[in-house]
Design a protein around this ligand. Structure first.
Ligand SMILES: [Zn+2]
Length: 251
């Protein structure tokens, strides 16, 4: 009798796992195209966390960030620092069940070149994302190059026109006026934890910057904290014969 009960429990547990696997396989993909290991974390960790059970999330990271993440960098690339930041990045990816794709471009010297665009195109085709987040291009040059490569790859794959594409901001230097806000107040502690994973080599200046922005956007959003986004194209109820969806409005 005891054995029979164990067999039934094992059978039920396998069935539940199979159903869960099946459910997860039906999830669409999100691709976040970033330049450095801490970019999406500072900008949109709250939103990514809110999306993590609805989609599979992939992240492109053009550079390992081997110059470090302080404003006082020596300008000398340090592969050990790069390796540590890759490790940090993998830890933050684990918080949103994301898959990282590192392209190993030199930190501080990320240029929009054909080889990297081709790699981005190949990843876009492989991942086939329903939703893509990209850097706002009016920003420091590395981030601008990352945005240019993302736009080129989206254009060449045609995905620019039939996917949801959003700009995210890093920092506050950049004329960024969000059109869409996401209330991230309920997950703010998790965002704080995720950003702090990248703060072990400096003080918490990037967390403070993220908090300042989120409080500022929160005043517009009527919530304590908010993250802001700009859609690549204006939202429309009919564009190229498709309605423009907005996954962010469902959060
Ligand atoms: Zn960056």
């Amino acid at each position: 009798m005891k054995h029979l009960v164990i067999i039934i429990i094992l059978f039920l547990s396998c069935t539940v796992n199979a159903i869960n696997d099946q459910k997860n396989d039906t999830l669409k993909n999100i691709l976040i195209i970033t330049c450095h290991p801490d970019d999406w974390e500072i900008s949109m960790a709250g939103t990514a966390y809110l999306l993590k059970d609805k989609y599979h999330i992939h992240v492109i990271i053009y550079s390992d960030g081997e110059l470090g993440n302080t404003w006082n960098t020596t300008g000398i690339p340090d592969p050990v620092m790069g390796a540590k930041r890759v490790e940090d990045s993998n830890q933050s990816a684990a918080k949103i069940n994301a898959t990282n794709h590192f392209l190993k471009m030199p930190d501080g010297n990320v240029f929009a070149d054909k080889e990297a665009v081709d790699k981005t195109i190949s990843l876009l085709r492989g991942i086939d994302p329903a939703i893509v987040f990209i850097h706002w291009p009016i920003d420091k040059p590395d981030h601008a190059a990352a945005a240019a490569m993302a736009l080129m790859a989206l254009s060449k794959t045609g995905m620019m026109y039939n996917r949801e594409v959003y700009f995210f901001e890093v920092g506050d230097l950049n004329h960024f006026i969000p059109a869409i806000f996401v209330d991230v107040t309920p997950v703010w502690d998790i965002k704080k934890e995720i950003v702090h994973l990248h703060e072990r080599y400096n003080d918490d200046r990037f967390y403070k910057m993220a908090e300042e922005r989120a409080l500022y956007h929160g005043t517009t959003n009527h919530s304590k904290y908010a993250e802001g986004f700009i859609p690549l194209f204006p939202l429309s109820n009919k564009k190229y014969n498709n309605k423009t969806g907005c996954c962010l409005m469902d959060l």
